[in-house]
Design a protein around this ligand. Structure first.
Ligand code: MN
Length: 734
């Protein structure tokens, strides 16, 4: 295990100004916190954070990063808290350790390969400081180096995750060597046979070509120095994992791979690059189609180098890359071009555009690091703001959904599927019930609770942030409202046809559409339902010879019978429950939650059990009045607006209906309480209560309440009447 002084020494080697006291304190803190904890290998747990810190000293990182590495597992795995770390090491280190703790929690979520790209973004979004990612990558590297101690069934998952997420992330951050090692370790665990085969073939090839490689290297050096060009010739060998992927992807045999060995020629100046090229191409023939000048036209991520392949000594094909020391640094520390272009993972242009700006940023970050100008200060002020306009959440099955910041479970539901959004009635966030319109946070697991035949409330439209959700809600609510009107219109029209002694059929109405100047049957029905078109006109459009005579007849009767006369009412064929077959002609009403646009009389309403009549109100659908309502006289001269309706509540969900009572009670303390408790005992809701002081002795209370039916309302009335303080109870009827 790395000793305390060793850690300090490793840091001081590259940073003489390192805070020795801070490093010592972190060492002791972690030692105490992890105590007797052991790793799967049986080693003391402390070896792990120390090795992680060690990996980061190789990258010459600042004190805060090294300390965060030493402490990185304390919050998650020991009794330590963020507050404690903040107090002992300051908020900067506290924040880094906290970021690592959050990422560790993500490891528990299942991740599928196709989600890897999003997952990497999630990592970036959660780690708002590039140092968190650096520690995380070092952490993963050490875990991969010791993977053999982990139970076999867990190994594959960790190795896959490393290939899907962490190795590419390392590549993107320019840490090519770290990436190579992560891939190699994962490949070893996942495909030991393939790894061994490629390894042994590489070994054979190396032995067979050893002299050849040395020859090429020497001939190159000689040829260049003869022209007075200073060049460092570095041999490159393709990694087993990238060889294997190329074989898989292109269905090639090992022998068919031409670029297993290559050289990088590192020269002093940009001019030298082209001079080298001249020398090389003069001496050996180049392979057509393999020449690329990324100095003249740099790759999108600023990778610069000249690539060429020559037929070298022994007719061996050799790939050469020519660049300056600075370009080489960028390729090592910045973004190696391989990551984006040879990955073969990023193909969607939008993703690519997004990715390349992310690349650019990361590359600059790491280029700065490599240049070594005040890395502490630089890192401290650097935040990863790349994906801060997005939140990433999971479905219960582990699918990752990317949403704009501010998104709600409703947006989430629509992102999963339009049907899921349209039927959403509730949400669970991380296992707890949460409002459908709460703001989602990165890493939230969201479960949408659905109910069939649900229509999204129109108000959602202004509360969601995604265009997809907004458009779908608009469609669904418009569709639902229109369907309600069309449904009502259909019932009205069918009854109008029946009254005319005809049979309604969509076909015959369709033929009459030109006469009604409407485009479709649904348009006609919706217009009737909205009160924009009269049912009699629809009948006339289909049967031009039809004459409606009811209007006149009714007026005559009305004159005889008066507004409340049952004769008049029966001539209109109002239907009430229990009227036998006649009830079939009435439009069934299922309350406000039914499938028709229904409202209740503004004063008093109507409750099941009441005999009711419907008045078609343009733009609002049917208004239901109790048949005894005096307000109905206002519609006496508009017979086309009267509709036969009946209650149809069998099997429907129980619903509350509005009613209004006027209670005259004795004016004394406690009266109001008595009245309220009677209503409560009967299981009804008081919606609104106004009271008018009548006289010094009495009070008149106007109570708006909600009841299930007439029976319950009558029980309330009698119960109120039985109280001594109550003088009089009257129901208001519209
Ligand atoms: Mn760890």
């Amino acid at each position: 295990m790395m000793r305390q002084y060793e850690l300090v020494e490793r840091v001081r080697k590259y940073n003489p100004a390192a805070d020795e006291e801070l490093l010592n304190r972190a060492y002791v803190y972690a030692m105490r916190a992890h105590g007797a904890q052991k790793r799967a290998s049986g080693d003391p747990y402390l070896t792990h954070p120390l090795e992680v810190a060690g990996i980061l000293t190789d990258l010459r990182l600042d004190d805060a990063t090294i300390v965060a590495a030493v402490l990185h597992d304390t919050i998650e795995d020991t009794g330590s808290t963020r507050e404690e770390i903040d107090q002992a090491f300051g908020p900067e280190i506290g924040r880094l350790v906290d970021g690592l703790t959050k990422i560790k929690k993500l490891d528990l979520v299942s991740k599928r390969a196709e989600q890897a790209e999003n997952f990497r973004k999630l990592l970036l979004a959660i780690a708002d400081d590039v140092r968190v990612l650096l520690v995380k990558l070092a952490d993963r590297l050490h875990n991969m180096r010791t993977l053999q101690h982990v139970p076999a069934e867990k190994r594959a998952r960790v190795a896959e995750e490393t290939l899907d997420i962490y190795a590419p992330l390392a590549g993107r951050m320019g840490m090519q060597r770290l990436r190579d090692e992560l891939e190699d370790l994962a490949f070893r665990h996942l495909r030991p046979d393939a790894h061994a085969t490629i390894d042994s073939r590489l070994k054979t090839l190396r032995e067979r070509n050893g002299h050849l490689i040395r020859t090429i290297e020497k001939e190159l050096s000689d040829a260049l120095s003869a022209r007075g060009i200073q060049a460092k010739v570095v041999g490159r060998e393709k990694q087993p994992y990238s060889i294997w992927r190329k074989m898989e992807r292109k269905s090639l045999a090992f022998e068919q791979l031409s670029d297993i060995f290559g050289f990088r020629l590192i020269v002093g100046t940009l001019d030298d690059c082209y001079r080298v090229l001249g020398v090389v191409h003069t001496k050996w023939p180049m392979v057509p189609g393999r020449f690329k000048d990324y100095i003249s036209i740099p790759k999108q991520n600023d990778y610069r180098s000249i690539h060429t392949t020559i037929v070298g000594p022994g007719r061996q094909r050799v790939e050469l890359q020519v660049c300056t020391a600075e370009m080489n640094d960028i390729a090592r520390f910045g973004i190696a071009a391989h990551a984006l272009y040879k990955d073969g993972r990023v193909t969607d242009p939008e993703t690519l555009a997004h990715e390349s700006s992310a690349y650019k940023w990361l590359q600059q970050t790491l280029a700065h690091l490599a240049e070594g100008d005040s890395p502490e200060e630089f890192l401290e002020h650097t935040k990863l703001e790349l994906f801060h306009d997005q939140v990433f959440c999971f479905t219960p099955k582990g699918r990752l959904i990317a949403l704009p910041r501010g998104a709600t479970p409703v947006d989430f539901a629509y992102a999963v599927h339009t049907d899921v959004g349209n039927t959403a009635v509730g949400a669970k966030i991380n296992g707890s019930i949460a409002p459908l319109l709460s703001e989602l946070q990165n890493g939230d697991e969201v479960e949408i609770i659905r109910a069939d035949s649900q229509v999204p409330p129109p108000a959602w439209e202004s509360l969601v942030v995604t265009g997809k959700a907004r458009a779908a809600i608009r469609r669904a609510t418009r569709g639902a409202v229109r369907a309600q009107y069309a449904g009502l219109g259909r019932q009205i029209v069918i009854r109008a046809f029946e009254r005319a002694g005809k049979q309604y059929a969509d076909e015959s109405l369709r033929a009459a559409l030109p006469r009604l100047a409407r485009a479709s049957v649904d348009d006609v029905l919706a217009a009737v339902g909205r009160g924009e078109m009269f049912s009699g006109d629809v009948v006339k459009a289909v049967y031009p010879e039809f004459r409606e005579e009811r209007k006149i007849a009714r007026h005559q009767e009305k004159a005889e019978a008066g507004w409340f006369g049952m004769k008049s009412l029966s001539s209109l064929r109002f239907k009430v429950p229990g009227n036998g077959e006649a009830a079939d002609h009435a439009i069934p009403i299922r309350g406000l939650r039914g499938d028709l646009p229904v409202r209740f009389a503004p004063n008093g309403g109507a409750v099941p059990g009441d005999r009711i009549v419907g008045i078609l109100t343009p733009g609002e659908g049917i208004t239901i009045y109790p048949i005894q309502s005096p307000a109905l006289t206002a519609f006496d001269d508009q017979p086309e607006r009267w509709l036969d309706v009946r209650w149809d509540l069998d099997g429907a969900r129980r619903e509350l209906f509005p009613a209004q009572l006027v209670v005259t009670a004795i004016n004394e303390p406690g009266t109001l309480g008595t009245v309220a408790s009677v209503i409560g005992e009967q299981g009804a809701n008081i919606d609104k209560l106004t009271f008018v002081e009548h006289s010094p002795d009495f009070r008149e209370l106007v109570i708006d309440l909600e009841v299930f039916d007439l029976k319950q309302l009558n029980a309330i009335i009698s119960s109120l009447k039985s109280k001594n303080v109550v003088n009089k109870v009257e129901r208001v009827n519209g």
